[in-house]
Design a protein. Structure first.
Ligand code: 2AM
Ligand code: CA
Length: 261
């Protein structure tokens, strides 16, 4: 049983939508700082995280907080914790590619019980609570019914922050391209997951992501009838990063085999 009431869920979604609008402010982006190779933080990332961290601390003082841009204290996974990516798709934001999102999840008893991903440019807000289905702007969504790899459209990430994994990632992308209808690469993992959830994509794979990239999308895909695991089918951690494979369920095993090589 989640400690988050219906009213709290509505409030949190309003805050995430409000913060999401800052991504689409034409004068909002002022500073870009490199954290590592192809890994950036902007004033927008910091402002969104600060805003949501403060609001959530007031609303749910019983929950811990794990955010991409903040201090990473130890998380007790047996107690509730928020998992926030204030801007998923920061490289897209920097290039005004208009494909980024705010991604927020609540984990309770070691599993995600609530997830929300807001895309300010299209004004699409994806959300799910465990056991209650997945929604986009309030309408129920489902994964695709695609049964054959040959009919599948699959998004494949390029792991920009882990160039050591590039050969493997591009090798997998080529195998997906050879066996499926086509590949896509969008640069925003949380939205890739939501697009699997609503059937625009049949699958998504990336060799290394952080929990804040996939925690919310994981629940949204599962509640829409799909599956999210590590590329070998193992369960994902909510505190340590790793590879991610999402699918409509029907293509999960074929994609696992395809990724094995
Ligand atoms: P980010 O924009 O929040 O960093 C792009 O392949 C996807 O990988 C995005 O969702 C991006 O999230 C994520 N990602 C995770 N770690 C990254 C890193 N070190 N550098 C770039 N993208 C990273
Ligand atoms: Ca981010």
């Amino acid at each position: 049983m989640s400690r988050l009431t219906e009213e709290m869920v509505r409030q949190v979604i309003r805050w995430v939508e409000e913060a999401g609008d800052w991504l689409d402010d034409p004068n909002g982006l002022r500073t870009v700082t490199a954290k590592g190779r192809a890994d950036f933080v902007t004033n927008v990332d910091v402002a969104v995280e600060e805003f949501l961290r403060r609001r959530l601390a007031g609303l749910t003082p019983w929950a811990q907080f794990l955010g991409e841009e903040g201090e990473k204290g130890p998380i007790d996974v047996t107690r509730p914790f928020w998992i926030l990516d204030p801007v998923d798709g920061t490289t897209n934001l920097i290039h005004r590619f208009r494909h980024s999102a705010v991604s927020l999840a609540l984990a309770e008893d070691g599993a995600v019980t609530f997830g929300v991903v807001c895309q300010p440019y299209t004004r699409e807000c994806f959300a799910a609570r465990r056991g209650e289905g997945a929604f986009c702007n309030g309408g129920l969504i489902r994964v695709s019914g695609t049964e054959r790899l040959a009919d599948g459209l699959v998004s494949a990430g390029t792991v920009p922050g882990r160039r050591d994994l590039a050969d493997g990632a591009f090798g997998q992308m080529r195998r997906i391209y050879d066996r499926c209808q086509d590949v896509r690469r969008t640069g925003c993992a949380s939205l890739d997951l939501c697009w699997v959830a609503c059937g625009r994509l049949d699958g998504f794979v990336e060799q290394f992501l952080q929990p804040w990239d996939y925690a919310a999308g994981l629940l949204i895909v599962e509640e829409a009838g799909g599956r999210v695991t590590a590329p070998d089918g193992a369960p994902l951690s909510l505190v340590r990063g790793g590879g991610v494979l999402a699918s409509n369920g029907k293509l999960h095993l074929p994609l696992t085999r395809l990724l094995e090589g």
